[in-house]
Design a protein around this ligand. Structure first.
Ligand code: F6P
Length: 338
């Protein structure tokens, strides 16, 4: 078969292992693999390159994606879907593997309904996709954020300060929650819970009295009392980093407490670098499964991890609704806010 593969949306560690999984498994079937560059822009504009063993042999530990990526939405472009369908035909692509988050897989699901043989592979550092227990990229990003929090602890302790760390995660608080629990933060603010700054400061006063410093992790999507409009991408998502949530929370702490406070944003640093072993293994496993799904004609589905098994899950399940932090996870977090 001739199979196309693309990576769309924000890059994250684990994409290259997934591409490697696709190409290695395709070799078992004597398939030809064509890589589309820059997400959905690739099939829209026929940006292709052929992928063989040599092109993926050494990428297991590389961050980012060798296929490049973009946040192109073909349904926001005139005749975008029609152009993709026509180009796939022209190139003789019999099946397309789309590796991405809810936006990329949302496009995949719509194209499937228009007759394209699509298989999805979920990825996102936000870990907010439904239909899968984890997405690759998340483990590496949280590891980087925890490392950042450990470093901030040194400065906070030495200067007797409160330090606020802003992390990504878009509309879900998984990155903040895992960073806070695994990094031992004193308070964590998430999009899933309306912040009560008085309760937070009261708690920080207690922590500061006990240890001489305190650490706060705040998710970029946390609700603010006043929210300014910001730019949106082709999928209509706000560019959250421009909201300055970490800085805002630090300013509230400064205003309510007489303790020196600083804020830090790690931004895209948490999306780069070599994938952790967890993300490498998840990446290769779902990449391999995606090719198997092409051969068993399980289109309109994605290769996801469910109860530690890689399964074919309908794309509609993944793109219908974001997977937000649930109450049992919030309960676990609260155990550690003492
Ligand atoms: O979806 C992944 C993510 O890193 C979000 O956590 C963040 O809000 C967004 O992408 C940032 O997007 P960009 O890289 O386009 O600035």
């Amino acid at each position: 078969m001739k199979i196309g593969v693309l990576t769309g949306g924000g890059d994250c560690p684990g994409l290259n292992p997934a591409i490697r999984g696709v190409v290695y498994r395709a070799l078992d079937y004597n398939d030809e693999v064509i890589g589309f560059e820059e997400g959905w822009k690739g099939p829209l504009e026929c940006l292709t390159r052929s992928l063989d063993l040599k092109s993926v042999d050494e990428i297991i530990n590389y961050g980012g994606t060798i296929l490049f990526t973009s946040r192109t939405n073909p349904f926001a472009v005139e005749n975008g879907a029609e152009r993709i369908i026509e180009n796939l035909k022209k190139l003789g692509i019999e099946a397309l593997i789309a590796i991405g988050g809810d936006d990329t897989l949302g496009v995949a699901s719509k194209l499937y309904k228009l007759g394209v043989n699509v298989v999805g592979v979920p990825k996102t550092m936000d870990n907010d996709l439904s239909g899968t227990d984890y997405t690759f990229g998340f483990d590496t990003s949280v590891s980087i954020a925890v490392d950042a929090l450990n470093r901030l602890r040194d400065t906070a302790r030495s200067h007797r300060r409160i330090i606020v760390l802003e992390v990504m995660g878009r509309h879900a608080g998984w990155v903040a929650l895992f960073t806070g629990v695994a990094g031992g933060a004193d308070w964590v603010l998430l999009p899933e819970e309306k912040p009560d700054f008085d309760v937070m400061c009261e708690h920080l006063r207690k922590s500061f009295k006990r240890k001489g410093y305190a650490l706060v992790v705040v998710s970029e999507g946390t609700e603010l009392p006043v929210d300014s409009d910001s730019e949106v991408d082709q999928f209509g998502h706000k560019l959250l980093q421009k909201r300055g949530v970490g800085e805002f929370v630090a300013s509230i702490i400064k205003e309510k407490m007489d303790i020196p406070t600083r804020s830090a944003i790690i931004g895209h640093i948490q999306r780069g670098g070599s994938p952790t072993i967890f993300d490498r293994m998840l990446g290769v496993r779902v990449g391999v499964k995606a090719v198997d799904m092409v051969h068993s004609a399980e289109f309109g589905k994605m290769a996801a991890i469910v109860n530690n098994k890689i399964d074919a899950v309908p794309l509609d399940q993944a793109v219908g609704k974001l997977r937000m932090v649930s109450n049992d996870w919030l309960k676990l977090l609260k155990v550690f806010l003492k």
